[in-house]
Design a binder for this molecule. Structure first.
Ligand code: FES
Length: 103
């Protein structure tokens, strides 16, 4: 997957809502897929997540791709189903929960 590429640039409506047509992005079809988008100026990572048991389709999540530690751009690691920050090693679950500091 091309984690560094932005797949779509979306503009939020006046309520701050933006829509992404998931069917148009091949990289999102399978569980473990991800796509970088921007919504206005905000970088967002869209992930096709696992369910809580870890085996099945858990639907889609959209998370800010700015690390909560110091704002580096995080990446999705499909094999571990984690979101990782290249700067200081923070790791997050697909739900955005911190698995590993310093975030
Ligand atoms: Fe992400 Fe420091 S900015 S771990």
């Amino acid at each position: 997957a091309c984690a560094g590429r932005t797949g779509a640039a979306l503009q939020p409506d006046p309520d701050g809502v933006a829509e992404l047509d998931l069917r148009q992005h091949a990289s999102l079809q399978a569980v473990g897929g991800s796509l970088r988008v921007t919504i206005g100026d905000d970088p967002v990572l869209v992930v096709h997540a696992r369910d809580e048991a870890g085996a099945q389709d858990g639907g889609y999540v959209a998370l800010s791709s700015k690390c909560t530690h110091m704002g580096c751009k995080v990446d999705y690691d499909a094999p571990s189903h984690e979101i990782r920050c290249p700067c200081h090693g923070s790791k997050f679950g697909e739900d955005g929960e911190v698995h590993n500091g310093p975030a």
